[in-house]
Design a protein around this ligand. Structure first.
Ligand code: GLN
Length: 196
């Protein structure tokens, strides 16, 4: 397969680490600042950061409609942490701009103050088995309270859904770009290859 171009929305948040791991996986990672640049992309990553800020900047910079069009065109989109929140159709509290692409309900900062940030080993469907779990980094992470019937649960922690997929849309509550383990990015690149 030719080198796929994957955009990483670069309005706010953890952009550089995604670009690095994409390059390490043999893809071309591009930091996106303008909606017109979405045309270059065969896949898109919405990074972690602060979802209220990212959502407001998406509206201000004219990304909302373009991202809906991208999703309708079947371009795979992967949201990590704050990216998961903006991809959700519903959040449990508050009012902030959401793309609302995926049939999930996200709970922001769900793991509470005492465990703002932590790492744990996860089993992830189709990605990481029990013998070789995925080291997942959670930073003021959300979890998923409800999933719609078309949503595949791919990972759970403490009985809470922390990774899921619906067609060309993938979300994780944790940050896979912060460890050397590239299995989640490779899984996403596989989705991109299947879609193209
Ligand atoms: N707590 C952030 C939010 O609610 C998400 C944190 C992250 O992306 N690491 O937007």
């Amino acid at each position: 397969m030719k080198k796929p171009t994957i955009g990483v929305l670069a309005l706010q948040g953890a952009v550089r680490e995604h670009l690095q791991i994409l390059e390490a996986c043999g893809a071309r990672g591009v930091a996106l600042k303008y909606p017109a640049e979405l045309r270059l992309c065969e896949g898109l990553i919405l990074p972690g950061g602060e979802s209220t800020t990212i959502g407001k900047l998406m509206v201000a910079c004219g990304f909302m409609e373009e991202l809906h069009a991208l999703s309708r065109a079947g371009i795979p989109i992967y949201g990590t942490c704050a990216g998961l929140i903006v991809m959700a159709r519903r959040i449990t509290e508050g009012d902030q701009p959401l793309l609302g692409l995926m049939d999930i309900t996200a709970r922001r900062n769900a793991f509470g103050r005492q465990v703002d940030s932590f790492e744990t080993d996860l089993v992830l469907e189709d990605i990481a088995k029990k013998q070789q779990p995925f080291r997942a980094v959670f930073i003021r992470a959300p979890w998923i309270d409800e999933v719609g019937p078309e949503v595949q649960v791919m990972g759970e922690f403490g009985g809470k859904v922390v990774m899921a997929r619906e067609d060309g849309m993938l979300v994780s509550a944790f940050h896979p770009e912060l460890t050397g383990d590239d299995r989640v990015h490779r899984y996403f690149l596989n989705m991109v290859e299947e879609a193209s």
